[in-house]
Design a protein around this ligand. Sequence first.
Ligand code: GLV
Ligand code: MN
Ligand code: MN
Length: 443
Amino acid sequence: MDIIHETGMGPTTMNSGTERITGTISLPTDAADRVSEARLWQRHMEMAKLGAIPDNGVNRQALSDEDIAARRLLIGWARARGFTIAQDGIGNLFVRRPGRDPDAAPVVTGSHLDSQPRGGRFDGAYGVLAGLEALEALDDARMATERPIEVVAWTNEEGGRFAPGAMGSMVFTGTRKLADCLAIADGEGLRLEDALAATLAATPVDETRDFNFPIAAYIEAHIEQGPRLEAEGVPIGVVTGIQGSRWFEVEVLGEGAHAGTAPLKTRRDALQGALAVVHALNQVMADDSDTVRFTVGRFEVTPNSPNTVAHRVLFTIDLRHPEAEVLQHLGDRVRATCEAAAGRCEVRLRETFHQNPCVFDAAVQRAISESARELALPAIHMPSGAFHDAQFLNDVCPSGMIFVPCEGGISHNPAENARPEDLAAGTRVLVQTLIRLAGGIQV
Ligand code: GLV
Ligand code: MN
Ligand code: MN
């Protein structure tokens, strides 16, 4: 089976041209063959009950009671198989299958268990459950590895409750300090520090870990969250890299007034000011090539009363682009654009997240491609439009990602769906890749 590397989006280094991989050492597929599609699907359905919302969706936001329940479910499954559990100071959970060399740095795989407020059953949960399934398949095949393999559930990847996202992996890798995250509050004013303390207390583990312990390699399985794999009928995406993101919070401040009496000319209407700002930003971000991703996803009006002129609006900007220079340039235009468009209102701007595009390690990409070929699973190389914890791990160890198709490319939506056979195929590629990276030995 040939693996075709295809050109992805935009002129960035995360995309290679068309290339054929040749000459690889074949590994036995015994452990990959032990992946149980039924067990993996059943676990997804069990996990999806925690925070279930109508229409098959999930609301399991970071450090909530539902997130705690999900962590406890994972810990229970891991303990039942004799794996040990560790946790670090921001609640990142690590499930360990020992290697022959106890001192060797582990190969780590995983993703996140938290969801968007109206999220789906697979975004994040798949990478964690695929990792656990991989450990069990290795056990079932009596396959030892030289290095330990650990499954991680990163804390607060989504950022819908406590912004920004990817907080667990950022703190782990040193991109952001834990102390700088503790005072971040959710929409109800609850501090992350308190939600984290409650989570840690509810999930006792065998071992406490330092941040940034040595990791030999990191690999994350995830649904694609876009339409390409399904449309092309290809089961495996070898992810080349991730586009960059900048997040902002914009506060527009005006003056409250009576809707029936205050003359329009003298009003300082924060809602009208915010609408003008968003309109101006849309014009700055306009892009005929449809590469720029500009989203205003949260819009809070105060006091939100029909007959009071709003005195405050808070809205968020999520800006993404595969080229660092374009991301820098567009993000740097946000402040002046807001100030020019806000009229009589005051604007306060805060950047909460800035992550440049990343390019995944070539050897990890090759390991995934070779594993797919061994399993006779067609694969294409493709970039990711969504951000993932893997892009932060990529700064500290060789990292990569495996994508599997999802229905209609729909994600961050209760309708998110994936086929059991596609989830299993991605997990089989994960097993084979872990064996490559961790040094598998049949015993
Ligand atoms: C991850 O959830 C993202 O927003 O890309
Ligand atoms: Mn995700
Ligand atoms: Mn997500």
